[in-house]
Design a protein. Structure first.
Lengths: 302, 128, 134
């Protein structure tokens, strides 16, 4: 690409800006579904900023190297526009069209100016195509990344909702875990559990793993981390819901659960926690055989 | 230079760590505490770290050292008031503070100390 | 990676460790990190600052806000001209078992950060960089 060709294109961009802008605006408004006044204003503003950035970048930089510093302002602008669109629910097509619909007006301008010089015209068309393609691709990359960030955040929020901490009694919390326990989930579980310990001043927390399908070394480590964290807050953890296969796996893996009380069922763990907290379940002798929880007189044996 | 205050609470001593600790302060604390344990014949020490927004391995070791020194002087120690984010970080760091008693707050800490002392009696420690 | 802002702090006295923690906390809050993430990074900074002071004979730390194409983060670069570390892998892992000396600091800082880099050799000082993205 000879510098003179590149310069010619830069000049054309500068000189024919109003024409290019109008044709671009025209094209977009024909294809877009964004019809509210506010949205139209927004798009028009974005186009103006774009042309401004394009002009100043084209005046000083290589037209085909978007990574050079002169294109910094344009890259930032495209990032902003793209991220905004990703968050506002514009479709990928709409976002891409914003940039790619610039080609036709560009071609028009270039053709008007260089009609008499076919070689120069060809070179200019190539340059314009390459430039718009690069700008469009960059925009799409940012759009994609923003969408992925939104999805990640939503996943996190879902995670928080799916790890509830339940207060079984004055002093006893229960954490029914459903699904896998990966490290991201463990962070949420620990935060929820520790916050609940502070708020309820509970001394005991029962982590029920009935709903955890696989317990491998990593899951076991995450469980032990959670137990250790609760202990630092002065609360003792019990683990319930240990199925026979899980028990075998844990022994085979050599995981040391000797410091943690483990029970097959949540009910058993609850009874133990109550006992350690100085309470017990007592059948009150009525015909229908209700049980109630009462404080033991004197010290509870455990 | 500031010192960390040590208050007498009945038969216990309460240490409130409220400033960012550095080495000199930690050494001074250990000196002051051991001296006070002996002077007041205290059998329990509560270390309140509720104002600490961070506990690193140095502070963790210091807490362990204090607990060991206190035990040599016939006093039990409990660390109270750890903030949740600190607990999570410690666990991530792999510092479980094993062998150090912990409780949620001063009130539970005192219950914990009383229980520890009762257990000691049962096991036949002379105490006084 | 772009460096958006940078601050150089000395790490030559115990009081400096406190200041480093405060600055890192302030920057983490400004970056919008959650409380647990803040605490993790401040703790990592504290470990490395202590290492620089206790084992490196003192040095400095560069605290930078950095950005790559799509995310922003904080980077800390601790440097000293101390004796250097002979066996880096051992130094990082020994903390897991003994819990003494600098091992816990290095290994700990690594675990609490998203990225970790270390350059050190006997007689050539030590350079440790940690980074946490938002």
């Amino acid at each position: 690409m000879s510098p003179s060709h590149a310069n010619a294109v830069s000049e054309i961009i500068a000189r024919k800006e109003p024409e290019i802008m109008n044709r671009w605006l025209d094209n977009l408004s024909k294809t877009t579904k964004r019809v509210t006044g506010a949205e139209k204003l927004e798009v028009a503003r974005e186009q103006k900023e774009f042309m401004h950035a394009l002009k100043s970048a084209a005046a000083k930089e290589q037209l085909d190297d978007l990574s050079s510093p002169g294109w910094g302002a344009m890259r930032e602008l495209l990032s902003d526009i793209s991220a905004r669109r990703a968050k506002s629910g514009y479709t990928p097509l709409e976002t891409a069209t914003f940039i790619f619909s610039l080609k036709e007006p560009f071609f028009g301008a270039v053709q008007d100016e260089l009609a008499a010089r076919p070689e120069a015209l060809l070179a200019a068309v190539r340059l314009v195509t390459s430039l718009v393609d690069k700008l469009g691709l960059y925009t799409m990359e940012v759009y994609q990344t923003t969408r992925e960030e939104i999805i990640s955040r939503q996943q996190l929020e879902l995670l928080e909702l799916s790890t509830p901490v339940v207060r079984l009694w004055d002093n006893v919390l229960a954490l029914p875990l459903i699904g896998t326990l990966d490290s991201a989930r463990t962070q949420i579980v620990m935060q929820n559990l520790l916050d609940a310990i502070v708020q309820t001043r509970s001394d005991y927390a029962i982590i029920d793993i009935t709903g955890v399908p696989v317990v491998d070394t990593l899951v076991a480590q995450h469980l032990l981390k959670t137990v250790a964290a609760a202990r630092l807050m002065g609360a003792e953890c019990l683990i319930s819901g240990i199925r026979p296969q899980i028990a075998q796996t844990i022994i085979h893996l050599g995981v040391d659960l000797s410091e943690v009380t483990t029970k097959a069922t949540l009910a058993d763990a609850f009874a133990i926690a109550l006992g350690r907290g100085g309470m017990s379940l007592v059948r009150n002798g009525k015909a229908n055989g209700n049980t109630k929880i009462q404080t033991n007189n004197g010290n509870s044996a455990d | 230079m500031d010192r960390i205050p040590i208050l007498k609470m009945g038969e216990f001593l309460l240490v409130s760590i409220q400033v960012d600790m550095h080495d000199r302060l930690a050494m001074t604390l250990q000196d002051d505490l051991t001296e006070k344990i002996v002077r007041h014949n205290a059998h329990g020490v509560l270390i309140d770290i509720s104002a600490l927004e961070m506990v690193d391995s140095f502070i963790g070791r210091m807490l362990g050292t204090i607990a060991s020194m206190a035990r040599l002087l016939d006093a039990e120690t409990v660390v109270v008031g750890m903030q949740p984010s600190v607990a999570i970080t410690l666990v991530e760091l792999g510092l479980s503070l094993k062998g150090i008693r912990t409780a949620l707050d001063v009130e539970k800490g005192m219950d914990c100390l009383r229980q520890a002392l009762a257990e000691r009696e049962l096991l036949g420690y002379a105490g006084d | 990676m772009q460096v958006i802002d940078s601050e150089l702090l000395p790490v030559r006295a115990p009081e400096d460790v406190v200041i480093v923690r405060q600055v890192v906390r302030r920057k983490s809050v400004a970056l919008g990190l959650g409380l647990v993430d803040q605490t993790k990074f401040v703790t990592a900074a504290s470990e490395l600052a202590r290492n620089t002071l206790d084992h490196g004979g003192g040095g400095h730390v560069q605290i930078e806000t950095v950005r790559n194409d799509f995310k922003t983060g904080i980077r800390l670069i601790f440097e000293d001209e101390g004796p250097g570390i002979a066996d880096i892998d051992l130094a990082i892992s020994e903390g897991y078992t003994t819990g003494h000396g600098m091992g816990l600091g290095l290994g700990g800082a690594k675990k609490l950060s998203h990225e970790f880099e270390i350059r050190s050799a006997p007689g050539q000082g030590t350079r440790v960089a940690i980074l946490r993205w938002k």
